[in-house]
Design a protein around this ligand. Structure first.
Ligand code: IMP
Length: 179
């Protein structure tokens, strides 16, 4: 079955899980080489990055830590929803090499917000590893240190990514069929 219906939208298989795993293995190899002898903590961004973080971290041979963060809307404000509070930092990241694990970088607004907040904890450096990147949608000039796959500006689903909260469990990556 190569098609899936989620709510009102139809999706087709775009990148099979085997290709995703191949890309992740390559990325893990680079990370293992580049970050040898560093004090590394991986920070997965929930919800979307849980699957990527799990598959990548299994192939990390560095003596390192992993934790997960989430962006939450500020309660009781009339905020536009663009500035969100980062919650879940309970490991000490001071002086460590932080590697942010993102499922997808689209406009880059989320990533920019995360990096700004993490800098306040004074890590030694902040690196970014993202499974997917949409260069045509990107509005920031932050360097993305490790990019799995560059994709066009289409809505994708699966491998941790959702549409209205559903579809995160799909092992393959799907893309929307525009009707
Ligand atoms: P950005 O702030 O525009 O870079 O968007 C980042 C967030 O938007 C990601 O962490 C995803 O949660 C969501 N997102 C962006 N593009 C897609 C997509 O194609 N499918 C599902 N979620 C997406």
């Amino acid at each position: 079955m190569t098609r899936k219906k989620v709510h009102d939208k139809e999706f087709e298989i775009y990148i099979p899980n085997a290709e995703i795993q191949r890309v992740i293995s390559e990325m893990a190899k680079k990370l293992n080489e580049d970050l040898a002898n560093k004090d590394v903590i991986f920070l997965g961004i929930l919800n979307g990055a849980f699957m990527f973080a799990s598959d990548l971290f299994r192939e990390i041979t560095l003596d390192s830590q992993i934790s997960f963060l989430k962006l939450a809307s500020y309660a009781g404000t009339s905020s536009t929803g663009t500035v969100k509070r980062l919650i879940g930092i309970n490991e000490d990241i001071f002086n460590k090499t932080v590697v942010i694990l993102e499922d997808i970088v689209d406009t880059g607004v989320t990533l920019d917000n995360i990096i700004k907040q993490l800098k306040g904890y004074e890590p030694a450096e902040i690196l970014v590893a993202t499974m997917l990147f949409k260069p045509d949608a990107y509005t920031k000039d932050l360097v993305l240190d490790y990019v799995g796959l560059e994709i066009p500006n289409d809505f994708v689903l699966g491998y941790g990514l959702d549409y209205e909260g559903y579809g995160r469990n799909l092992a393959d990556l799907y893309r929307v069929i525009e009707s």
